[in-house]
Write a protein that binds this ligand. Structure first.
Ligand code: BES
Ligand code: ZN
Ligand code: MN
Length: 503
């Protein structure tokens, strides 16, 4: 993760600050646009002409808006960028988005000062997070790097710059943004360069970076190869991986700080490419399937972030990785697979591969006797169809679903509860040859069926399942702090969940 931008806090006047550009937050009120409190002296510098000036420039303050205006000598910086906050300048979600929009609007400035709402540590964090995530660019495969949007120096203008709560908030925000950027990098990486062994190598490298040096957090890393997976009885992971020339892997991370309040198990789907297998996908559905390892990426990145933040919570993380391909050794519809723990599963559709990886990993995680189990996966197109590309689905036991929803609110991500209806139990149990039927070719409620299937491997523990299919890659234009391409959706919700469990 090369990070060139350095962030600092200063309680200075935006009008007097020297920078290539000063970003100014604009609130949309009933009486028209007004500058946020942090930009008060920019208002003063313009005096009574401000209203007419904003209206001529077409500034309304609505969310997503960015209007650039060269200055004369009313302020020290040569460029002002007015970014819309919407009606509520105290809402961290609005502030995070506006900071992201600001980052994209000044791609060529070496230094930027941000006069956005930042009166509380929470808002300072939202500004930093939003700006860093909005300036994210994946340039590893571009021969020309001219598209960079990351300035060298970003100064957050805040009245609480010298308070330790504010500097702590800045540090926290950078850890969170690192985690989201790491997830995005891995999801954006082409599938040829992100096979299970290569993804495990990327995890090993990231783990080393976080745990090296004095004072670094202690996180144990284990990488199991296909032979070890066979010894461990992980038939689900192997059944998917047998289709590919690149063998499967399982990564386990363990973070066990002294004074841990509880034990959280995280499990993430790591299908490094999903062709569908013999039940092959239509071409257009295969296009974005390099992102099918987003769950694995996000649990690893979240775990490293939790450790860097030093949260007093034990976390054991499983990232099963396999590539779902078409070959003479691929699993067939009709095959019966023995999962970790001994449950047998009849395969009906090799494109329902995620549940096979997760079943094994859930069963292993349950063996560690955690207090709470959370899995995250790009599991079903059904949930994408139901909830669109910005809202994730959550299913599971009541308290854990509630905890995930609350964490999502704190993180600024939207999740929505879906049920696991009673009749799903019958559907998943309808195999004539095995304990469970992997898929029944009934189209209705396919995401709920998948959840009922996963539940069989949770040992009755408190559990939440996040189906983020379609949220992992933004196929449209950038918005707020979310670029085109990989989004990192889910990472901040997982870290917030850990924070709430750590008390
Ligand atoms: N990886 C896909 C789900 C997916 C869909 C992710 C769209 C991202 C965007 C998953 O493995 C899959 O193929 N699911 C099937 C499930 C079905 C066979 C029950 C699907 O969505 O059709
Ligand atoms: Zn898949
Ligand atoms: Mn699939």
């Amino acid at each position: 993760m090369p990070r060139v931008t350095s962030y600092s806090l200063r309680s200075a006047s935006p009008a007097k600050t020297r920078a290539d550009a000063v970003v100014v937050g604009v609130v949309a009120s009933d009486k028209g646009p007004r500058l946020c409190d942090a930009a008060e002296d920019v208002s003063k510098a313009h005096g009574r002409r401000l209203g007419a000036f904003l209206s001529t420039m077409g500034v309304t303050g609505k969310a997503g808006e960015a209007v650039k205006a060269p200055t004369r000598d009313e302020v020290n910086a040569p460029l002002l960028v007015f970014v819309g906050l919407g009606p509520d300048p105290a809402d961290p979600i609005a502030v995070r988005r506006a900071a992201g929009v600001a980052a994209r609007s000044v791609p060529n400035a070496a230094s930027v000062a941000l006069a956005l709402p930042s009166e509380t540590p929470e808002l300072v964090a939202a500004v930093v997070e939003g700006h860093r995530l909005g300036s994210y660019a994946f340039t590893a495969y571009k021969s020309s790097r001219s598209e960079t949007t990351e300035p060298a120096d970003v100064v957050v203008l805040t009245p609480i710059a010298r308070r330790s709560e504010a500097t702590d908030a800045l540090a926290r925000a950078e850890v969170l943004a690192d985690a989201v950027a790491l997830t995005r990098d891995w999801v954006n990486t082409p599938p040829r360069d992100c096979t299970p062994p290569l993804l495990a190598d990327l995890v090993t490298k990231a783990h080393k970076e976080v745990t090296k040096g004095r004072g670094a957090p202690k996180v144990k890393l284990e990488v199991f190869d296909h032979e070890q997976l066979a010894e461990m009885g992980c038939g689900g992971i192997l059944s998917v991986g047998s289709s590919s020339a690149a063998p499967p892997r399982l990564v386990r991370l363990s973070y066990a700080p002294r004074g841990a309040k509880a034990h959280l198990a995280l499990i993430g789907k790591g299908v490094t490419f999903d062709s569908g297998g013999l039940t092959i996908k239509p071409s257009s559905s295969m296009l974005h399937m390099k992102g099918d390892m987003a769950g694995a990426a996000s649990v690893v990145a979240a775990t490293l972030a939790i450790a860097r933040l030093g949260l007093p919570l034990r976390v054991t993380t499983y990232a099963p990785m396999a590539e779902n391909m078409v070959s003479g050794t691929a699993t067939r519809p009709g095959d019966v697979i023995t999962m970790h723990g001994g449950t047998t599963v009849e395969i009906a559709n090799t494109d329902a591969e995620g549940r096979m990886l997760l079943g094994d990993a859930l069963s292993m995680a349950v063996g560690d006797e955690p207090d709470v189990v959370v899995d995250i996966a790009t599991l079903t197109g059904h949930m994408q169809l139901a909830l669109g590309d910005k809202v994730g689905a959550v299913m599971g036991t009541d308290d854990e679903v509630a905890a995930v929803l609350a964490a999502g609110v704190a993180a600024g991500e939207q999740h929505w509860r879906m049920p696991i209806p009673e009749e799903m139990k019958e559907r998943i149990s309808s195999s004539k040859v095995a304990d469970l039927l992997q898929h029944d070719w009934v189209r209705w409620g396919g995401g709920l069926y998948a959840s009922a299937f996963l539940r069989e491997f949770t040992g009755g523990l408190p559990w939440a399942h996040l189906d983020i299919a379609g949220k992992e890659i933004n196929t449209g234009a950038p918005y707020g702090h979310v670029p085109s391409g990989a989004t990192g959706f889910g990472v901040t919700t997982l870290v917030e969940l850990a924070r709430s469990m750590a008390g």
